[in-house]
Design a protein around this ligand. Structure first.
Ligand code: NAD
Length: 498
């Protein structure tokens, strides 16, 4: 059986007795074993990072950017291999896996412009003979801990910017689909990145705790579920690290009476069921405003959902593939039962779905509930599967309150032709990322990504200018080049520019 090793100091590193199982979601069997490391493997990575990062930090930003340009080219050249590998461990269809890699690459493209992004500020003549300037310096050794659902994009969000800023980055990817992160690190080496600047250590809580407790790791970026995000934030900051920790989500799609229903049905089908709903920016809740809108939407939506094709991840005709593992499949099915028990109308039940020839695969058919109430636990919690819940609202104000008062605040979308309603909604809703007739409003790489409330702990977002802020510290220099005349100022009084 294939073993997935750590990638330390530019080479595979086979160490550690514990292993995790990597499944083949299409068939249900175990396809590989991944090493589950501990403080010993982490220490090895930290030593290699320490040897490498001062020279990398001193490399001028244009040269660092050239590695990113080369990397972009290499990832593009290897796109098919990466997409197939990703799809085989995650279960998302290959076209969607390409999108996963591509969205990560867009952050690499942003990182190609790092010389510009790192430029500091300058004030000439802040006082007599005095100029003030600031510079952004790398933090040193930093780390990223990532979830299973975007094994290419999310690591690239983090290491693309962190490395371009001059840091050494240690990645602890999800142990459920760890192969693509290792390939991404190998390609960085091929692009010319010095050994020790991008390393991958595998593991579970034991490795995560070792990262959080390591004195020499200055910052930690985390993406995953909210309870773990909160834990990472608390323990990391208690240990004096800079931490950003992004968590779960329950994104709502508000449908106004004037919305283009054909567009809504098409957008909702993709955003609720694409990637089997295993996206933090999926739209698992739809909120039509008014019963007439709700009835019309339901009438159009139900046949569209019934037409969705669930297939193996390599089936080019499939809309979505299996979920990641058996435990997650069970969890989703438990939530379906919970929602039915709470009084939701189970219009389409995806449980019991079986694909001929792949009976052991982790498949769930699309599931649709109507008449879901905000008091349901199945509404309040994240399901993270191909399940769409319809919550009917009577008014715009009621629809606005639902996502605003929900414990999660990652993304939200409004579908309308009314500019005023859209503007009002965008300004008032208590959620971090908003789409107006855009179902999955993941911001482009040169803007920034981050949810609110229990979807994000810490106050600096991912990538874009915020990413540069997160991965650097600012130094401000006040310089005076006096012309030699004695000013007679009192050195015992706090200096002012007055
Ligand atoms: P997860 O929280 O189970 O795992 C994320 C990471 O934390 C993994 O690397 C895992 O090894 C580690 N981990 C797991 N249990 C741990 C523990 N007890 N202590 C320390 N570390 C632990 O998340 P997942 O199931 O891999 O990913 C799905 C979740 O991620 C969903 O909740 C989804 O909404 C969220 N997500 C959020 C965003 C975002 O940007 N907000 C993006 C993608 C996914």
């Amino acid at each position: 059986m294939r073993n997935i090793d750590h990638f330390i100091a530019g080479a595979a590193f086979a160490s550690g007795e514990r292993h995790g199982e990597v499944f083949d979601p299409n068939n249900g069997g175990v396809q590989a074993k991944v090493r589950l490391g501990s403080a010993a493997e982490l220490e090895r990575a930290v030593v290699a990072a320490n040897e490498a990062w001062p020279a990398w930090a001193a490399t001028n930003p244009q040269r660092r950017a050239r590695v990113m340009f080369k990397y972009k080219e290499l990832v593009e050249r290897n796109m098919e291999e990466l997409a197939l590998l990703l799809s085989s461990e995650h279960g998302k269809v290959v076209a969607d896996a390409r999108g996963d890699v591509q969205r990560g690459l867009e952050v690499i493209e942003f990182a190609c412009g790092i010389p510009h992004a790192l430029k500091g500020e300058y004030t000439q003549g802040a006082g007599p003979g005095i100029d003030v300037y600031s510079m952004r310096q790398p933090l040193g050794i930093v780390a990223g801990i990532t979830p299973f659902n975007f094994p290419a994009m999310i690591p690239m969000w983090m290491f693309g910017v962190a490395i371009a800023c001059g840091n050494a980055f240690i990645l602890k990817p999800s142990e459920r689909d760890p192969s693509v992160p290792v390939r991404l690190a190998e390609l960085m080496k091929e692009a010319g990145l010095p050994d020790g600047i991008l390393q991958v250590v595998h593991g579970d809580k034991e490795m995560v705790d070792a990262i959080l407790d390591h004195d020499e790791i200055r910052a930690v970026s985390f993406v995953g579920s909210s309870d773990i995000a909160h834990y990472i934030y608390s323990r990391g900051t208690a240990n004096g690290k800079r931490v950003q920790a992004f968590g779960g989500a329950k994104n709502h799609g508000i449908v106004m009476p004037d919305a283009d229903l054909d567009q809504v049905v098409n957008d909702l089908a993709g955003a609720a069921f694409g990637s089997a709903g295993e996206r933090c920016m999926a739209l698992p809740v739809v909120v039509p405003v008014g019963n007439k809108t709700a009835n019309e939407l339901r009438e159009a939506l139900v046949p569209a959902i019934r037409k969705l094709r669930v297939g193996v991840s390599t089936d080019a005709e499939a809309h979505y593939g299996p979920v990641v593992n058996a435990a997650h499949k069970q969890r989703i099915e438990d939530y379906i039962q919970m929602c039915a028990d709470e009084g939701g109308e189970l219009v389409i039940d995806g449980r019991g779905f079986s694909l001929q020839g792949h009976e052991e695969g982790f498949f769930i058919g699309p599931t649709f509930f109507d008449h879901v109430k905000p008091t349901f636990r199945s509404y309040q919690e994240e399901i993270f599967g191909p399940v769409l819940q319809m919550v009917r609202a009577d008014t715009f104000e009621e629809a606005l309150r639902l996502p605003s008062e929900h414990q999660y605040g990652n993304g939200v979308a409004i579908f309308t032709r009314n500019g005023h309603a859209a503007r009002e909604f965008a300004h008032r809703v208590n959620v971090g990322m908003v789409g107006i007739n855009v179902p999955i409003p993941v911001p482009v790489a040169y803007h920034t990504f981050g949810g609110w409330k229990r979807s994000g702990f810490g106050d600096i977002n991912q990538h874009g200018p915020e990413g540069v802020r997160f991965w650097t510290k600012v130094k401000t220099i006040t310089q005076r080049w006096p012309d030699g005349s004695v000013t007679g100022e009192n050195a015992f009084v706090i200096p002012t520019m007055g």
